[in-house]
Design a protein around this ligand. Structure first.
Ligand code: SF4
Ligand code: FES
Length: 275
């Protein structure tokens, strides 16, 4: 529920942003707008109604630099206010606008319409998740799996008086592991999730590796045990979709391989080889 403050903000501030955006769209450096029509073919479904899902097409006037998310906002503002999708930051930071765009999971706010090199922009919601409305899915299973892996530091000892110090080398081990924005693109792109709904999925497993590699965490054994079972790392078929779609160029497949090596190393007393 909106508080009176947030209601006030949403009523006064958001329309203002949209007006500014529209005004900005009317100008470019030469003062000439070059518009080209693009067809947005969007998956439509409303789980609260007893209707079959289908696709609906909208004509969007697009110009250089315009993103798919801006196209969706245009449709919502001008053609069909009932269109549902998620977005927030519009800067590739919050991870809320991941969707299937012309055959690939991407962030709508980072995907420029002209870069798709197609007159048609086909949009589908993320797979393996229940569609609530149109491109808006129920992310509960994704967050439940994330919660299961305990995504926080477990130092296992009282904290020092000041911060826990890391060496530069320790910090370096976290490169490529800490930039996940939890967009779920990897989760939706992984075909294993379709046949095995309990599989933890690439995002949660990458996060496990992020804590296993962290010198300030002391729960390696607990973390490895938690992902060595039926729904954990060995469920991964190394298909690489997650690596291909990640908008932050992270490597969940690599993290899963690291975790597998560690688990095998411990089980067979080969920890010196499988570090
Ligand atoms: S690993 Fe990449 S694709 Fe997966 S949730 Fe994180 S940012 Fe998104
Ligand atoms: S709106 Fe935040 S990542 Fe796209």
């Amino acid at each position: 529920m909106l508080t009176s403050f947030s209601k006030e903000v949403s009523e006064s501030f958001i329309p203002k942003i949209r007006d500014e955006w529209k005004m900005a769209k009317t100008k470019n450096v030469k003062g000439i707008r070059v518009m080209e029509k693009r067809t947005f073919r969007i998956f439509r479904y409303d789980s609260s109604k007893n209707e079959s899902p289908g696709f609906q097409s909208f004509e969007v006037p697009a110009e250089k630099g315009m993103t798919v998310l801006e196209g969706l906002i245009y449709i919502q503002d001008n053609l069909d206010g009932s269109l549902a999708f998620r977005s927030s930051c519009r800067a590739g930071v919050c991870g809320s606008c991941a969707m299937h765009i012309n055959g690939k999971y991407c962030l709508a706010c980072e995907t420029q319409i002209f870069a798709l090199k197609s007159k048609t922009v086909t949009l589908r919601p993320m797979a393996h998740l229940k569609v609530i409305k149109d491109l808006f899915v129920d992310l509960k299973p994704f967050w439940e799996k994330y919660k299961l892996i305990k995504p926080y530091l477990m130092p296992g000892e009282p904290g020092p008086e000041r911060e826990r110090i890391q060496t530069a080398d320790d910090r370096l081990k976290l490169e490529g592991l800490i930039d996940c924005i939890l967009c779920g693109a990897c989760y939706a792109s992984c075909p294993v999730g379709e046949t095995h709904s309990e599989y933890l999925g690439p995002a949660a497993l990458l996060k496990v590796n992020r804590f296993v590699q962290d010198s300030r965490d002391n729960a390696e054994e607990e973390r490895l045990n938690a992902v060595s079972g039926f729904d954990g790392v060995f469920r991964c078929h190394t298909i690489f979709n997650c690596q291909e779609v990640c908008p932050k160029e992270l490597d969940p497949t690599g993290s899963i391989a690291d975790l597998k090596r560690k688990i095998i190393g411990k089980k067979f007393g080969l920890s010196k080889i499988y570090k």
